[in-house]
Design a protein around this ligand. Structure first.
Ligand code: URP
Ligand code: ZN
Ligand code: ZN
Length: 498
């Protein structure tokens, strides 16, 4: 067999099981899996002593986003270099219409941002911000290969907010087309009221950035998730809750699964490794994002939800702002640009705190970072798994070698990191995207602009996933994990370091 590259002697994680052996690549595709693969002239990538895992899909990213009176600081150049160094080979951004724009305009604007800059492959969720104008444009976007849509239940001042009519109507359309609606679930009016009550010079002086978590109690998210699930249940349209941060959210998803409601939830890695005690820090305002970091009990419930199937995907919600941008708050927490950098540390944090922390197996990690996101977002079987015929998107990681998180040595444009000084294993020694080495020896070597836009087919269409068993035996529809093959016990990671 003609092979261009052979990744040799690694512990290869596939949906069918984990084995020590080789991955053969022909052109852009995985062409062979086995042991002692050989092909004259093939480039050999030594993976001995390393895991070979599918390239990560970060399906929640905001690059170069005009937001909170500024523009997020990572663009398609820095953001995708950061992703590659963290083993990310595909990202999905959000195309948000500017004032008066159609859905097609939004997609075209985001295609321009990525064109000539992106190192890795990409596509966009299309954001519906003005239901009356946008509702008849959805079908055309599906025909163009955009099969996931997004609505925000907050952000009225950005002109992005959707009401219940829009949520209900869009979910009906999702049902019709077999597409999926992503929802940012926070209760706008209660949030407005809590913010208004606390927005006094005295309280701002006394509490500073701590007012951000104080005005976002858990019920702000829980009520909104409950309402979105209600519309999902009423319409049968596929719903995906983005950046779920509360234990209550996980409980609602669990109950919905038991009723067979087609809802899926994502969390972001920061909600798994940080809590709102960071607001006690002098630089606590840097950590402001929406929804806010929650309590240790929420962190525990989200990890449990990853095991139990309530949480199907881990992403980042990368929305980078520099220290200078964050300083725009000047003591008023409502003016903090909301969001944090994340693409570069998604895999290292999940691997270190999940796999090395004994909270998930390496196979489960690959399910949450690669296989589930690819299936749910309509990118499987091309992306998301090491399988013959799939794109040769791989990350090769050392099982124990750590790197300290140091923003000055990172690819992101952020001059700070929420994880600064943390020792993390799981940075990508080698990242391969469609057969091409783009990170070698932990350094980015790929050419900017080589990434391509990915057309999609409807992913988690209603009924496509069938009925599966949850961990506790409840019937479940809509869980991405349902029915996926259980990986066989992993082979021990071979000895040897690099
Ligand atoms: O704080 C955040 N999450 N910024 C990005 C916008 C959003 O809500 O996802
Ligand atoms: Zn959001
Ligand atoms: Zn977001």
């Amino acid at each position: 067999m003609k092979l261009d590259t052979i990744v040799k002697g690694g512990t290869v994680v596939t949906p069918g099981g984990t084995f020590v052996g080789d991955v053969g690549i022909a052109g852009e595709k995985i062409a062979a899996l086995g042991s002692s693969l050989d092909a004259p002239g093939a480039r050999i990538v030594d993976a001995a002593g390393h895991y070979v895992i599918p390239g990560v899909l970060d399906v929640h990213v905001h690059l170069e986003l005009p937001f909170c009176g500024t523009v997020s600081a990572d663009d398609y150049r820095s953001g995708t270099r950061a992703g590659a160094r963290g083993g990310v080979t595909t990202l999905i951004d959000f195309a948000i219409p500017y004032a008066g724009d159609s859905l097609a305009d939004a997609a075209n604007n985001w295609l321009k941002k990525a064109d000539g800059k992106s190192l890795i492959d990409y596509t966009f969720h299309i954001c519906i911000t003005r239901w009356n104008e946008h509702k008849d444009q959805i079908e055309g976007m599906v025909k163009r290969g955009f099969t996931t849509f997004k609505e925000f239940m907050i952000y009225e001042s950005e002109g992005w907010q959707s009401d219940d009519r829009a949520l209900y109507g869009t979910l009906e359309k999702m049902r019709e087309y077999g597409t999926t609606l992503l929802v940012h679930a926070e209760s706008a009016r209660v949030l407005d009221e809590l913010i208004a009550r606390h927005h006094t010079p005295e309280l701002m002086k006394q509490y500073g950035a701590r007012l951000h978590p104080m005005t976002r109690p858990n019920f702000v998210e829980a009520e909104a998730i409950q309402r979105a699930v209600q519309w999902c249940e009423a319409t049968g349209g596929n719903l995906y809750i983005v950046h779920m941060s509360t234990g209550e959210g996980a409980d609602i998803i669990r109950a919905a699964h038991a009723r067979g409601v087609p809802v899926i939830a994502e969390t972001c890695v920061q909600y798994l490794v940080l809590d709102d005690s960071v607001f006690e820090r002098e630089d606590g305002h840097l950590f402001a994002c929406c929804p806010q970091l929650k309590k240790p009990k929420d962190v525990e419930r989200l990890w449990q939800g990853l095991r139990g199937g309530e949480v199907s995907v881990i992403s980042t919600d990368t929305c980078t702002f520099t220290r200078e941008q964050k300083a725009m708050w000047e003591g008023d927490w409502t003016k903090i640009p909301m969001g944090m950098p994340g693409l570069e540390t998604l895999l290292p944090l999940t691997y270190t705190h999940g796999v090395l922390g004994g909270r998930m197996s390496i196979e489960e990690m690959c399910m949450k970072l690669s296989t589930n996101p690819a299936r749910i977002m309509g990118l499987a079987p091309r992306k998301g798994a090491i399988a013959i015929g799939a794109d040769a998107d791989l990350a090769i990681i050392h099982p124990t070698r750590t790197h300290a998180v140091d923003p000055s040595a990172m690819e992101t444009n952020a001059d700070w990191s929420p994880f600064e000084g943390w020792d993390l294993a799981g940075f990508s020694r080698t990242t391969i995207s469609r057969g091409e080495v783009i990170v070698d020896d932990y350094k980015v070597v790929g050419r900017e602009g080589r990434g391509v836009w990915l057309p999609r087919t409807p992913g988690l269409g209603t009924g496509d996933w069938g009925l599966g068993e949850t961990a506790n035996g409840a019937r479940s529809r809509g869980r991405a994990d349902a029915g996926s093959p259980v990986p066989s016990p992993q082979s021990p990671v071979p000895a040897g370091t690099r």
